[in-house]
Design a protein around this ligand. Sequence first.
Ligand code: GDP
Ligand code: MG
Length: 369
Amino acid sequence: PEAITIQELANRMAERAVDVIKLLMKQGQMLKINDVIDADTAELIAEEMGHTVKRVSEADVEEGLFTEAEDEGGLKPRPPVVTIMGHVDHGKTSLLDALRNANVVAGEAGGITQHIGAYQVERNGQKVTFIDTPGHAAFTQMRARGAKATDIVILVVAADDGVKPQTKEAIAHAKAAGVPIIVAINKIDKPAADPNRVRTELLQDEIVVESMGGDVIEVEVSALKGTNLDKLVEMILLQAEVLELQANPDRTAEGIVIEAQLDKGRGPVATVLVQKGTLHVGDILVAGAEWARVRAMLDENGNQVKVAEPSKPVEVLGFQGTPEAGDRVAVVENEARAREIVDYRQRQKREKASVQFSGARGSLEQMMN
Ligand code: GDP
Ligand code: MG
C-alpha cells in the first residue's frame, strides 16, 4: 500500500502514536491517530525515529505463490466443477439434492451426508463436482476476487414459470465469466409446464438451445420426480469433454475457499476446492489472510481423506483463523513463509479497515489502495 495510518506506523515501529503525531506536528502537519500518511512521509518519520525502513511490497510477499500459466507437462483430465443458478423457487436446491441423493442411494448405502458447500457425484467412474452454495452471491463474490471456481453453469428454469429476472442475471454472470451454460428446464412433471415457452423466452437473452438450432445444451428434468437426472449428468460430462478440462495433480496444491465457518468443536473449518495439484494432510497452506497446517480433510460424506486431487472439494481442518469464501488457497514450503504472507495480508486488511474508518479525511486514492 502507498499509505499507512499513524496508528499502524507506530505499531510497526513499536513506538507510541502520540510521539509520531508530535514529530509530524514539528514538521507542520496536524494529524490524528487514524489519519493516513503516504509511504514517503512514513519512511522519513521512521528514519527520524531511528528505525531502518524496509518497504515490503505485495510483489515480494506474493511472488511465486500462484502459477497463472498452465503447467507445461503432467496435465491430466479433471472432473468438471458445476454451479447451479436460476430464479428463486425454480428448483436449484431440489436439483442439487436430487443429484446428490441419487448418488448416495446408488453409491455408499446409508452414507451420512453433511453440508460442506460442495460435493462430487460419480457416474460410470466419471466424477462431477457441484458447488452447493447460494449460487449468485458466491459466484459474483468469487469473480470479484478474480477467482474462477466454475467450469459450467446449470441454468435452472421452471417450465411453469419461464425466464425471470434472476434467470437473466444468471445468464449475464455466466456470459461475463465466459462459462458455458447448460439449461435445465425443471418441473416438467407439472401440468402447467410449458418447456417450449422457456426455449422461446431464452432467445431474448441470446440463449439458443440445441432443439432450436443453437449450441446451448438443454435437458428437461424434474428434480421432484428424478426425471432425466442421468441425462443431465451425461450432458455435463459431454460439455466437460468439449472443454478439455485438465490439471496437473503432481504438484503443490492451489484452490479456492468455497465456504468457511468457525465450528464450536472443531475450530475454523473451510471447504476448499482443489484446482491444481494435490492437497495432502500435513500441508501448510495460506487462504486469504489465514493459514493452516492441514490437520485433517473430510469429504462430503464425512469420511477422512488423506489427499485431495484437482476438482475435489474437502473440508479442511487446522486453520489458525477463519478464511473467507472466495479466498484463494496456495500451499507453501513452510510455516515461516505462511506466517510472512498472512502477517502481510492481515496488516493490509487492518490498514484498509482503518482508512475506511477515518473516512473522508483520506483521499479517494488512499481509500482505493
Ligand atoms: P430454489 O429456490 O431454486 O432452490 O428452489 P427449491 O429447490 O427450493 O424449490 C422450490 C419449490 O419448487 C419447492 O417447493 C420444491 O419442492 C419445488 N420443486 C422443485 N423442483 C420441482 C420439480 O421438478 N417439480 C415440482 N412439481 N416441484 C418442484
Ligand atoms: Mg434454494
